[in-house]
Design a protein. Structure first.
Ligand SMILES: Nc1nc2c(ncn2[C@@H]2O[C@H](COP(=O)(O)OP(=O)(O)OP(=O)(O)O)[C@@H](O)[C@H]2O)c(=O)[nH]1
Ligand SMILES: [Mg+2]
Length: 686
């Protein structure tokens, strides 16, 4: 069997802080590869990859968009992700299924807070990366500073593979250190023609030094390159490339390229580098799945004739139907096939298949390992589910879903809105695991929960446009948590109506855990007559108890719930009764454990003009903010701080007026901490 086709696939994501230029780079990739015939620009609302009206109006990416193109012998499946932290799930789902990534940095702003977040996400999934330092044309561009920041902030080893030709407005191309030639980008045809020229004589010395540095960096990955380096011999471009590729695939080295996407410079070498240095589906660490019946682990081999294994990583709602994006890991998916959803234990039939080009689709009849495709009509499948061969079930690991921390009460405006609101909310929920909906038991209000104000704002906007639903909204609120201050042991019993004795009983111990531990449930080993099913039911009810919280309706976290005993003197309890005892047991026990309210603390990075520093720091202090560091970036000050989310609603307007529109900030959830006494009291938890 030949794997030639698989060798040439590159599944890559484009990741970075907001506004570094991901979509602008993606648009150029589509243009130079011949996929589009017009260069779409973000600032004109014309980018193919930013196809949602909300994206075009706001000039930001909101949803991960998949597309595909050819570059030489390679098929590149590309996902452009959003940089704003409110849409972090889009990066998460992309990193989960991609084999490599291009991390983009602005040569002016360098490594920004969300560059660090997306870098960590890629680390978590072991995704090899190349770096593209963009915006080399802007005043203040300084790629050396960005390189230093990659080393210091990201603790990574960047390997510079190019030097710039010209500076800022005069930036006209790059010198390729491996091929030892200058690459200039013809302006009259939007950079389509790459002119290869000899290295300008004035740059020879600098090129020599930079090439030597590159050789030294990659020598760790090739003994013969090391030997030649030590002997002072020249190493050919091919050998350097091979060693750099090895270092990149190992996640130890990160090739760095330079460019200015908006000025149409540096994109073709970036595409070459994707082929050269990033892995094919055959070269990534194979996934390990679990057989849902036997619990045995199985390594998934990237084999077109193997049993089908695919992961649903994205769902889009389209007029009440689901369009499910799949990454195929093994087997060949053909239209008409029946699949098993091993996560939910249901079946799906794949009637049609599409290769996605942003919002446009190309109908296909089969897909191979490494492919990224979309299937309509899988109504029982959600993000993170595994679809597989019914004869050979396997569950792949889903994805980590961050916890939303902002909530908003909504109310339908008109009678028809009342009818359509639940439908709209349910369908938006299909798409986005970080968007949740529940009803407040006391007020009967519909409460939406999301990652931040922008996230919920987009949801409300989409409700109006896509579902025709108008809503009134309350003020955004913080999503708190509860935890315990002390350990509690409690015996909870259940007595059926009309019965003279206890019919189910459970002995629980709740122990507070350090911050960030989450919930740990410990149930005894199954032993007759206690069956695994009964114990699973107990575990589920204990989980539910933690979710419902004990005092405020916010969920309980950072505790261990241990079942010490399920007494059987009165016989084996009925499942429903044992469930009730377990659920009530957790809630009542927690109330005895001196419950405590936790509030979300955010990490904040502000960029403000120096003259406004004093005023901004003053307000930050009033907001219970703690400054962790101050840096200079050009004429601005960069302030890093932590601050409770409760103080930050509407901060954008406040900051704008304090800095006459020149200040900006980014904010990301950091941890939960004990809320101050005033807030505890408001919730009756003094
Ligand atoms: N001067 C200059 N501007 C650029 C360059 N690349 C992108 N821009 C501009 O920077 C802004 C942001 O670019 P986008 O491509 O939308 O950035 P993004 O990373 O996709 O942003 P999000 O998706 O919202 O995270 C746009 O106004 C672009 O025109 C560049 O090389 N030079
Ligand atoms: Mg974008």
């Amino acid at each position: 069997m030949t794997h030639h086709y698989l060798d040439t696939i590159r599944n890559i994501g484009i990741i970075s802080h907001i506004d570094a230029g991901k979509t602008t780079v993606s648009e150029r990739i589509l243009y130079y590869s011949g996929e589009t015939h017009k260069m779409g620009e973000v600032h004109d609302g014309q980018a193919v990859m930013d196809w949602m009206p909300q994206e075009q109006e706001r000039g930001i990416t909101i949803t991960a968009t998949a597309t595909t193109c050819r570059w030489g012998e390679f098929r590149i499946n590309l996902i452009d992700t959003p940089g704003h932290i409110d849409f972090t799930i889009e990066v998460e789902r992309s990193m989960r299924i991609l084999d490599g990534a291009v991390a983009i940095f602005s040569a002016v702003e360098g490594v920004q807070p969300q560059s660090e977040s997306v870098w960590r996400q890629a680390d978590r999934y072991g995704v090899p990366r190349i770096c593209f330092i963009n915006k080399m044309d802007r005043i203040g561009a300084d790629y050396r500073q960005t390189l230093n920041q990659i080393e210091q902030r990201l603790k990574a080893r960047p390997v510079l593979t190019q030097l710039p030709i010209g500076n800022e407005g005069g930036f006209s191309g790059v010198i390729d250190l491996l091929g030892e030639e200058a690459l200039l980008f013809e302006e009259s045809d939007l950079g389509s023609t790459v002119l290869k020229r000899p290295i300008p004589p004035g740059a020879a010395q600098e090129v020599e030094e930079a090439r030597l540095k590159l050789t030294e960096a990659v020598a760790d990955f090739d003994d013969s390159v090391m030997a030649d380096f030590l002997d002072g011999k020249r190493v050919t471009a091919e050998r350097l490339q091979a060693a750099l590729r090895r270092g990149t695939l190992a996640g130890a080295l990160f090739p760095v390229l330079l460019g200015a996407a908006l000025r149409n410079k540096g994109i073709q070498p970036l595409l070459d580098a994707v082929g050269l240095y990033l892995p094919s589906p055959l070269e990534v660490t194979p996934l390990v799945g679990r057989n849902p019946e036997t619990g045995e682990e199985e390594t998934v081999t990237c084999d077109p004739v193997g049993p089908l294994r695919a992961l649903a990583f994205k769902v889009m709602a389209e007029e009440g139907r689901r369009l499910t994006y799949l990454r195929i890991y093994s087997g060949t998916l053909k239209t008409g096939m029946q699949l098993f959803n091993s996560t939910r234990k249901s079946t799906e039939r794949v009637k049609r298949l599409f290769r996605m080009h942003a919002h446009k689709r190309e109908e296909i009849t089969e897909a191979q390992p490494g492919d990224i495709v979309a299937a309509p009509g899988c109504q029982g499948t959600l993000t993170g589910d595994t679809l597989c061969d019914p004869a050979s079930p396997l569950v792949l690991e889903g994805l980590t879903v961050p916890e939303p921390v902002v909530s908003l009460a909504v109310e339908a405006k008109r009678a028809e809105d009342r009818e359509h609101l639940p439908v709209g909310l349910e369908q938006l929920g299909w798409e986005d695991p970080t968007f949740r909906v529940h009803e407040d038991e006391e007020t009967g209000q519909t409460i939406l929960t999301g990652m931040g104000e922008l996230h919920l704002d987009v949801v409300i906007d989409r409700l109006g446009r896509e579902y025709g639903v108008q809503v009134k909204t309350g003020r955004p609120r913080v999503v708190y948590r509860e935890t315990l201050r002390q350990q509690v042991v409690r015996r909870e019993s259940f007595q059926r109506e009309g019965s003279h004795s206890v019919t189910a009983e459970i002995l629980l111990r709740l122990t507070p855990l350090p911050r960030g531990s989450g919930v740990r449930i410990v149930v005894p080993q199954a032993a007759p007559p206690l069956t695994p099913e009964l114990l699973a039911a107990v575990e589920e009810s204990l989980q539910q108890g933690c979710l419902s919280g004990c005092m405020t309706g916010y969920r309980l976290i950072d505790l261990e719930v241990q079942v010490l005993e399920i007494p059987l003197e009165a016989g084996l309890p009925a499942e429903a009764e044992l469930r009730t005892a377990a659920l009530r047991g957790v809630v009542l026990a927690a109330r005895e454990g001196r419950p405590l309210l936790l509030e979300p603390i955010m990490s904040l990075e502000l960029e403000i003009p120096t003259e406004n520093l004093g005023r901004v720091l003053g307000t930050l202090q009033q907001k219970r903010g703690q400054v962790e560091g101050l840096d200079k970036r050009g004429d601005s000050e960069v302030v890093r701080a932590t601050v409770p989310l409760a103080e930050m609603f509407g901060y954008m307007t406040e900051l704008r007026s304090a800095t006459r529109g020149r200040g900006s900030y980014t904010m990301e959830f950091l941890r939960f901490e004990e809320a101050p006494a005033g807030i505890q009291e408001q919730f009756g938890l003094a």
